[in-house]
Design a protein around this ligand. Structure first.
Ligand SMILES: Nc1ncnc2c1ncn2[C@@H]1O[C@H](COP(=O)(O)OP(=O)(O)OP(=O)(O)O)[C@@H](O)[C@H]1O
Length: 259
């Protein structure tokens, strides 16, 4: 494989069970550099668990996780940390720390790793906040003083502040009105493009999936059952994916639920 053929993220046979419940049952997934992959799937299908395994927050039971062609599970703790330093994550609920002002939230990782002084962090936070359409003065507020849309912007600012080359977004528009959702999607696309990053997004929102993703994959019963262009969602020819994307009650997923 030449450099550009090497996936940024490559999962093979990823397995994870919690007790008797086999959540991931051999997940295979390739995300190419600079691409934006959206992961779809029903509630509890293992989307978040997949991302948490990649980030090392949950240990996988079996399989391989390669980043830039290197198996992260075979790396030393220090090497793995170096890889994870180049990733950013926007958590489902924002996961901002109310005890810290916004600017410290935005630069949390850079400060924790002593990659930046506190004085410089204030300026850096102002720069990154501007990238997500927020005024520098927001930096001095507590996250609890912000609206849901502003909190999402701050969470996005925090995810991109360390200029990662892989960014994970877990349901970035959940809880927002449709217009604010579209605004956040636009910011995500801009920020990812500006960084030249590879993005992986979990979403239930099909409009958002089409706006953010160039590729989409659907996870069902612990495996990836379809991967293709996000623009084709709803018209993929795969009955499972099309039922899910169109939000239809009738179809193969409903039949399985009734069994
Ligand atoms: N730490 C854990 N301990 C036990 N079970 C867990 C743990 N984390 C996840 N699970 C289980 O794994 C399954 C998949 O969870 P996951 O959060 O990945 O779902 P999801 O596809 O992201 O769903 P949703 O769209 O509802 O967020 C669920 O049944 C969940 O209860």
């Amino acid at each position: 494989m030449s450099g550009s053929d090497v996936p940024k993220i490559r999962l093979r046979g990823l397995r994870k069970a919690f007790g008797p419940k086999q959540v991931l049952d051999g997940v295979d997934l390739d995300v190419m550099p600079g691409h934006s992959m959206v992961i779809l799937g029903g509630s509890g299908s293992g989307k978040s668990v997949t991302i948490k395994c990649i980030l090392g927050l949950i240990p996988a039971d079996a399989g391989t996780i390669e980043i830039d062609g290197r198996d992260v599970l075979a790396m030393s703790a220090r090497e793995r940390e170096a890889v994870l330093d180049r990733t950013g994550m926007l958590f489902q609920n924002g996961a901002l720390f109310d005890s810290l002002p916004v600017w410290e939230n935005v630069c949390f990782k850079l400060l924790a790793q002593k990659r930046i002084t506190r004085t410089r962090a204030r300026d850096k936070a102002a720069e990154v906040l501007a990238n997500v359409g927020l005024d520098a003065s927001v930096g001095d507020l507590s996250p609890s003083e912000l609206s849901g849309g502003m909190q999402k912007r701050v969470a996005l600012a925090r995810a991109i502040a360390s200029e990662p080359d892989i960014i994970f977004f877990d349901e970035p528009t959940t809880g927002l009105d449709p217009i604010m959702g579209a605004v956040i999607d636009g910011l995500i696309v801009d920020c990812v493009r500006r960084l030249g990053a590879t993005a992986v997004t979990i979403t239930h929102d099909m409009a958002s999936a089409r706006r953010i993703g160039d590729q989409a994959s659907m996870i069902h019963k612990g495996r990836i059952v379809w991967t293709g262009p996000a623009a084709r969602l709803g018209e993929t020819g795969n009955a499972l994916v099309d039922q899910f994307a169109r939000g239809e009650r009738e179809g193969p997923i409903a039949m399985e639920l009734r069994r």
